[in-house]
Design a protein around this ligand. Structure first.
Ligand SMILES: Nc1ncnc2c1ncn2[C@@H]1O[C@H](COP(=O)(O)OP(=O)(O)OP(=O)(O)O)[C@@H](O)[C@H]1O
Ligand SMILES: [Mg+2]
Length: 475
C-alpha cells in the first residue's frame, strides 16, 4: 500500500473566515479513512477539496504524488455520495444507477437529455428545500453535475463536426485545383513540338493531385468513423451497461428492484441506490459525506457493516465523513479527528480511543473521566491530592497535565479494596453495561461495568496504571 492522496498545508477561507487551518493528511490505497469532528469543523469542506468541488485558499492536493489541486471534479478518479441522496425521482432504480455510466460515455442519453434530467432533479429538490442555505448548496451541486455531464458526448460530436468541415474544405480545394489544371490544358499549344511532353506532365500532375486528395480524404473519413464507432455501438454498450448495473445493484442488495420507482423506496434503499450509482463508475476513491445520517439507528448499523464489507471487496479507497464517533470507530482503518479547521489526531480507532492526544479527542471519542493533574516525574502523576504510578513519561517536572481514565477501565470493588472510596450516586442500564456514577471525595467518576451496584452503596474503585492516560494540557 502506498500513499494515494496527500493533502499538504491546505487552508480554506470563505469571505475572510478561515475554516481550514493547514490540513496535512496522507491517505493510502484501499484505506477506509474517516474525517470525524463536530458540526462546522471543516469535514465537508475538506472532502469537497479532495473531490474538486472546492479550491483551497492555499496548499496542495496530490494524487500519486501529482498535483491535482486545480483539476476539475470530473477529471478526478473520485466519486461522491452526498448527504442527501440526490436521486432522479423520474427515473427508476436501474436508470438511476445507470446514469453515471451514461454520463461517462454511453450515447443513449445525450448531453441535452442529461442536462434536462439534472435540471428536473434539482428543480424538485430546490422546490422542497426548507432554507436559503440548502438552496444555495443545491444550486452549486446542480452546476457541478451539469459540467460533468456535458463533457464527453458533446466533445466528440464537436470533433466530428470539425473533421467534416475539413472534408468540405478539402473538396473545395480539390475543385479549384482541378479548375486551374484544366485551364492549363486549354493553354497548351497543340502545334508545339513539346506538346506531348507537356501534356504528359499535366496528366501526371492531375494523377498526383487526385491521389493526394484521395489519401487525405480517406484518412479524414477514417478519423471520423473511428470517433463515430465509439458513438454508434449502442446495443453492445447497452448490454454491457445492463450487466454492470445488475452487478452493482446486486452488491448493494437491491437485486429485483430494477424497475421500482425511486419514490417507492425506503430511506435505506435510496441510500443503497446512491451508493451503487457512485460505485458503478468504479472510482479509485469514493467520497462519502454522512451517507447514513438520515437513517434510523438499526438500519444505520446494518449499513455500516455492509459499507465496510463493500469497501473491502471492491478494493476502493473510502474517505468517509461523519460526526458520529461510534460510526467512525466501527468502520475506519484510520480516523482523522478534526476540530475548528484543524486536525487534532490521526490514528487507528484503537489508538485514537486508547491514547487520545488531548482532552478534546478524549471527550469527543467515547465518554471519559478527564482530570487535571501534575506530572511529578516520569511514570508518576498526581491528581486529587494523591500520587499514582502510570506508564507515561517525557513530561516536564511538575508539568500540569490532563489525565483521562475511560469508564470501562475502572472497576468497582469492595470498600476496602479500592484505590479510592466513594458512594454510588446513579445507575443507568445501557443495554450491555451499566453506567454508574461514583462520588469520591474530590470528584464523580463515571464507570461502565456489567456488574450491578445499588445506589448509595459504599464502594471502592480501582484502575490499572496503563489505564491512566496522561496528556499535554489542551488549550
Ligand atoms: N460555501 C461556503 N461559504 C461560506 N462558508 C462556508 C461554505 N461552506 C462551508 N462554510 C463554513 O465553513 C465551516 C466548515 O463547514 P463544513 O461544511 O466543512 O463543516 P462540517 O464539519 O462538514 O460540518 P457538519 O457536520 O455540520 O456538516 C462552517 O463554519 C461553514 O459555515
Ligand atoms: Mg458536513
Amino acid at each position: 500500500m502506498g500513499v494515494l492522496i496527500e493533502l499538504k498545508d491546505i487552508t480554506k477561507e470563505f469571505n475572510g473566515q478561515v475554516v481550514l487551518r493547514g490540513i496535512n493528511l496522507q491517505i493510502e490505497e484501499n484505506e477506509f479513512v474517516t474525517l470525524l469532528g463536530p458540526s462546522g469543523c471543516g469535514k465537508t469542506t475538506t472532502l469537497r477539496i479532495i473531490g474538486g468541488f472546492e479550491t483551497p485558499s492555499s496548499g496542495e492536493v496530490l494524487l500519486n504524488g501529482k498535483d491535482l489541486t486545480h483539476l476539475p471534479a470530473y477529471k478526478r478518479p473520485t466519486n461522491t455520495v452526498f448527504q442527501r441522496y440526490a436521486l432522479f425521482p423520474h427515473l427508476n432504480v436501474f436508470e438511476n444507477v445507470a446514469f453515471g455510466l451514461r454520463v461517462k460515455g454511453d450515447k443513449k442519453v445525450d448531453a441535452k437529455q442529461q442536462i434536462k434530467n439534472i435540471n428536473t432533479k434539482y428543480d424538485h429538490l430546490i422546490k422542497n428545500a426548507s432554507d436559503n442555505e440548502t438552496i444555495k448548496l443545491l444550486k452549486k451541486e446542480q452546476k457541478e453535475e451539469i459540467s460533468s455531464a456535458t463533457n464527453s458526448n458533446s466533445y466528440k460530436r464537436g470533433l466530428i463536426k470539425d473533421l467534416q468541415k475539413g472534408l468540405t474544405a478539402l473538396d473545395t480545394k480539390y475543385a479549384s485545383d482541378k479548375q486551374n489544371l484544366l485551364k492549363e490544358y486549354d493553354l497548351l499549344d497543340k502545334e508545339s513540338p513539346s506538346y506531348s511532353t507537356e501534356y504528359q506532365h499535366l496528366e501526371d500532375l492531375y494523377d498526383l493531385q487526385l491521389s493526394t486528395y484521395n489519401n487525405s480524404y480517406d484518412s479524414e473519413v477514417e478519423k471520423i468513423n473511428k470517433i463515430k464507432d465509439t458513438l454508434l455501438t449502442r446495443r453492445e454498450k447497452e448490454e454491457a451497461l445492463t450487466k454492470k448495473v445488475n452487478k452493482y445493484l446486486n452488491m448493494v442488495g437491491l437485486k429485483g428492484y430494477e424497475t421500482r420507482s425511486i419514490n417507492k423506496l425506503s430511506g435505506g434503499q435510496m441510500q443503497r441506490v446512491a451508493i451503487a450509482r457512485a460505485l458503478i463508475n468504479e472510482p479509485q476513491v469514493l467520497l462519502l459525506d454522512e451517507p447514513l445520517a438520515a437513517l434510523d439507528l438499526k438500519l444505520r448499523q446494518e449499513m455500516q457493516y455492509e459499507l465496510k464489507e463493500l469497501q473491502r471487496n471492491a478494493g476502493i479507497t473510502f474517505i468517509y465523513v461523519t460526526h458520529d464517533q461510534e460510526e467512525a470507530l466501527t468502520m475506519s482503518d484510520k480516523i482523522v479527528v478534526m476540530n475548528n479547521g484543524e486536525i487534532q489526531q490521526i490514528g487507528t480507532p484503537e489508538s485514537i480511543y486508547n491514547e487520545p492526544v488531548n482532552t478534546f479527542v478524549a471527550n469527543f471519542i467515547g465518554e471519559s473521566n478527564i482530570i487535571e493533574g501534575i506530572m511529578k516525574d516520569d511514570n508518576l502523576v498526581n491528581f486529587d491530592n494523591k500520587d499514582y504510578v502510570c506508564v507515561d513519561k517525557g513530561f516536564g517536572k511538575n508539568e500540569k497535565v490532563d489525565v483521562v481514565i475511560r469508564p470501562e477501565d475502572i472497576d468497582i470493588v469492595s470498600y476496602d479494596e479500592g484505590l479510592l472510596n466513594g458512594v454510588v450516586d446513579s445507575v443507568a442500564f445501557k443495554g450491555v453495561h451499566y453506567e454508574i456514577d461514583v462520588v469520591t471525595e474530590k470528584r464523580t467518576f463515571t464507570i461502565h461495568t456489567t456488574d450491578y451496584h445499588k445506589i448509595r452503596d459504599k464502594v471502592g474503585i480501582k484502575f490499572n496504571k496503563e489505564d491512566i492516560h496522561v496528556m499535554e494540557k489542551w488549550t
